[in-house]
Ligand binder design. Structure first.
Ligand code: ATP
Length: 823
């Protein structure tokens, strides 16, 4: 196998990880977590916990691991405790019986059998005990964690560590404890009854741990540690693309996008691309793929075809050409480029891609080597968005022909729209011997291979492999005959640093991190690890350390009046609008000033409340106002009655729940078809025509919680193309945070701050709307009467109410979605 991995080291890392975690005392973790929640940890270095604050740069590998390892373990503890919190109401104890046990290298491997363990999967962390315990029950005398090593239909093989609890990370020194000793006879003797509780899955974090501990063998280790650009690229290393492809890229990408693509062609080893909302990150990734898959070393002189034509005197000798290929692509060392030559006519026996009309690539015989790319993202949805774009539009070859590249999407939960290129589907196709595009029997013929070797050959043939960050450590990659040359990580600012290291362990020569640290970061469960800087992405750390960033500056999404505020507040005024954006985002509802493009509604009488036992907040008054505004909007502009066009966003999960419930009650059962209600976190990366944003916090004296996180604010207010309508308490928000103060001030200066009093439906009465007609703005407004209950910024006059009535029964219930609550 050519992939540069030290399997033994990886195994040693995994064993250390499991030994430490499996030795922990579950009940003590729960107690500690209660204590930690009461003690506000500010994230200063702490000698008692061994936690160190994450820094911008590290002096060596030891320093790096000594910082990140304890933080990662802190996060594991939080995941374990959260598993308990989530299931508190219905703790699902299962019963199991021991059916065998072995002992290797200090670990016990009991085999258990259980009839009610369907929900248990490989890599799950379980708690085993001699008795059920929970609220009001006596504590057990024997309990320990166990990892699911192997899940078979009738049996489960577990890994346990019963020698004692690891007290010191550095020495792995253990301390004997009775609860572990008491577990031994329970797992080593047959037919013992065990009580089993599923805690959480360790798959992802275990892979992150291994990547973290392997940092010394990762490509660009020094750059990762120091956060400084170590390589000085010379023209020897640069790549060039053909004129037709260059012309295509120039006509389809703006200057900042081209700069990012050119940074890639200059062979800079680490390229950071920051993509503020709507600036074409995905478009840039597609351009990059076209460029890097069809580039040739700048110094290779070629008169043939459409390859890069860099005239540098006489034709180079064969030896010189090899030499230049070698310099521009050092990983080719030892390989004769001609051995890598692709077959002519595009027939290199690869699987079909999409069902679209795009053809497979016709490989030019003069191309001697093709780069292989791994594209990753933290989430399945972000990944599938790129896969889908490639399936729909293809990428361009050196002759500027669009084609379907050979791609495979590995991992679980692929969206149905990208099934045609998912590994499982392709394996099935191969097994059935059919080519899904042509319906022909496979050309290769011969006996059908087993699934594993089919997976291996699909991976080897693929030019672009798509995987989530976590899945890129899957054992399927160990089947690769050749590693990846380039790794592109999308949404890289939404990943904790160790997870960004995972795909790098497949070996690569160039890395692109694409993301935006000014939008939401990765979700870190442990507030302590978060405070110590565990939630800072590698992208953000490198940027903070002064590493150069290619910033995409032209936005194509938002009306300029929406773009203006986030550009000033978060991007140093760098954002500009693409041509015609204003024209394209102008809508009929802009005839009323209160419907956008960017308004703030001050619900000054609103009250926040915290439903008991939850860390989340709601504001019933804001819900009432949102219903009134929504009703008016869709009755006047029925085209907005579509969940693809209108969003209601709130930072708080409870507010989202309440909004969904009220929409259901008011408008009927199918509101999810006509309106998309979700948390800010659930909306990152998405866009709508109109977004109503409910801020919730309305205390006279308390703060505004995580609403003050400017990244949450940025995402919340940049989802809309035509109108963003912010609903909140102006005084609370102004007092709570500088950015919010600026937002409310900005609305006031633009004459778009509306102070709204109850009853809310009167705000949208015919008379008030008339006063808010854009033309009416030019007339001198009359002052509202003193006792007016409805106020509009310049000229509000309350007339009769326009009560909200259910219009028609075509609404629906939106399913409860994730989100992220503060505690
Ligand atoms: N150079 C360009 N010229 C014209 N339109 C462009 C250009 N780049 C991107 N766009 C358009 O801008 C919109 C957003 O592009 P894209 O989906 O690539 O952005 P994104 O940055 O991935 O979005 P998000 O901010 O949601 O992650 C798309 O409609 C795309 O066609």
């Amino acid at each position: 196998m050519a992939v540069d991995k030290n399997k033994l080291d990886e195994e040693a890392c995994s064993l250390r990880f499991y030994k430490i975690i499996l030795s922990w005392d579950y009940l003590r973790l729960l107690k500690e977590s209660d204590r930690k929640n009461h003690k506000k940890d500010k994230g200063d270095d702490d000698t008692t916990t061994g936690l160190k604050k994450a820094k911008n740069s590290y002096k060596d590998v030891e320093d790096y691991i000594a910082t990140f390892e304890p933080l990662l373990f802190e996060e594991v503890k939080a995941q374990i405790v959260q598993g308990k919190k989530d299931d508190e109401e219905e703790t699902q104890w299962m019963k199991a019986v021991t059916v065998g046990c072995s002992e290797i290298d200090g670990f016990h491997f009991p085999m258990i059998s259980s009839s009610d363990a369907e929900s248990i999967s490989q890599n799950d962390l379980l708690l085993l005990s001699n008795k059920e315990f929970g609220k009001g029950k006596r504590l057990p005398t024997a309990y320990a964690f166990a990892l699911v090593e192997d899940r078979r239909p009738d049996k489960i093989r577990l890994r346990m560590y019963l020698s004692g609890e690891v007290k010191q990370l550095s020495t792995e020194e253990t301390e004997a404890c009775p609860r572990l000793l008491n577990m031994r006879p329970l797992v080593t003797e047959n037919a013992k009854l065990l009580h089993v509780l599923k805690i959480c899955s360790l798959s992802t974090i275990a892979r992150e741990y291994v990547a973290l501990r392997s940092v010394s063998s990762l490509p660009f280790k020094d750059l990762i540690l120091s956060a400084t650009e170590s390589n000085h690229t010379t023209e020897d290393h640069a790549w060039k693309i053909s004129r037709p492809l260059k012309e295509f890229l120039e006509s389809n990408h703006n200057k900042s996008q081209l700069d990012a693509i050119n940074a890639g062609l200059s062979r800079k080893t680490f390229v950071l691309i920051q993509g503020p909302p709507g600036t074409g990150k995905t478009q840039t990734i597609l351009g990059l793929l076209s460029a890097i898959l069809h580039a040739t070393p700048a110094r290779v002189h070629s008169n043939r075809g459409n390859l890069s034509v860099v005239k540098r005197g006489p034709e180079l000798s064969m030896a010189d050409k090899y030499n230049h290929w070698g310099k521009a692509s050092p990983w080719l060392a030892g390989i004769n480029p001609l051995d890598q030559e692709m077959p002519i006519d595009g027939d290199d026996g690869f699987f079909p891609t999409s069902g679209n009309e795009l053809k497979p690539e016709v490989v030019n015989s003069s191309r001697k080597y093709r780069v292989r790319v791994l594209v990753c993202a933290p989430s399945n949805s972000a990944l599938d968005e790129i896969v889908l774009r490639i399936l729909n539009t293809g990428i361009r070859d050196e002759n500027d022909r669009a084609y379907s590249p050979k791609i495979v999407r590995i991992g679980l939960k692929a969206h149905h729209s990208v099934q045609a290129v998912s590994m499982d589907y392709l394996v099935e196709q191969r097994l059935s011997g059919m080519d899904s595009q042509t319906g022909d029997r496979q050309k290769q013929g011969g006996p059908l291979k087993d699934k594993d070797s089919i997976r291996g050959s699909i991976l080897d043939e693929a030019v672009i492999v798509f995987s989530t960050l976590s899945f890129s450590a899957s054992p399927v990659f160990s089947k690769l005959n050749r590693g990846f040359d380039v790794v592109i990580i999308d949404e890289a600012a939404q990943a904790v640093e160790p997870s960004t290291l995972v795909p790098l362990s497949n070996g690569c020569k160039q890395v692109f991190l694409v993301g935006d640290p000014v939008q939401l970061p990765a979700t870190v469960i442990s507030p302590i690890a978060g405070n110590f800087g565990y939630c800072v992405s590698l992208f953000e750390r490198l940027q903070r350390g002064g590493y150069p960033v290619q910033m995409l500056k032209t936005q194509y999404r938002m009306h300029p009046e929406i773009r203006n505020f986030p550009s000033r507040e978060f991007y140093k005024e760098a954002l500009e609008d693409g041509p015609d954006v204003e024209e394209q985002t102008k809508r009929s509802w802009h005839e009323y000033r209160c419907f956008g493009p960017f308004c703030f509604f001050d619900i000054h009488e609103g009250k926040e409340s915290q439903p008991s036992g939850s860390g989340s907040w709601q504001n019933v008054d804001e819900v009432e106002f949102v219903l009134a505004m929504y009703h008016k909007l869709v009755s006047r502009y029925p085209e907005l009655k579509s969940s693809s066009r209108l969003a209601i966003i709130s930072p708080y999960r409870h507010q989202v729940k309440l909004l969904r419930q009220k929409f259901r009650e008011t408008f009927g059962v199918e509101s999810d078809k006509v309106v998309d209600i979700n948390t800010v976190d659930g909306f990152q990366g998405r866009e709508k025509d109109v977004a109503i944003f409910s801020c919730v916090r309305a205390s006279k004296d308390k703060g505004i919680g995580f609403v003050a996180d400017f990244r949450r604010m940025n995402v919340g207010i940049t989802r809309a193309r035509s109108s963003v309508l912010v609903v909140g308490s102006a005084s609370t928000l102004r007092r709570g945070d500088k950015h919010w103060q600026n937002l409310v001030d900005s609305a006031e200066q633009r004459n778009a701050l509306y102070k709204v009093s109850k009853p809310y439906d009167e705000f949208f009465s015919q008379e008030n709307l008339k006063l808010m007609e854009v033309e009416a703005m030019h007339d001198k407004p009359e002052a509202p009467p003193e006792d007016m209950d409805v106020e509009v910024p310049v000229d509000g006059t309350a007339v009769e109410a326009d009560p909200v009535q259910p219009e028609e029964n075509d609404w629906g219930d939106a399913g409860e979605e994730g989100g992220y609550d503060e505690d």
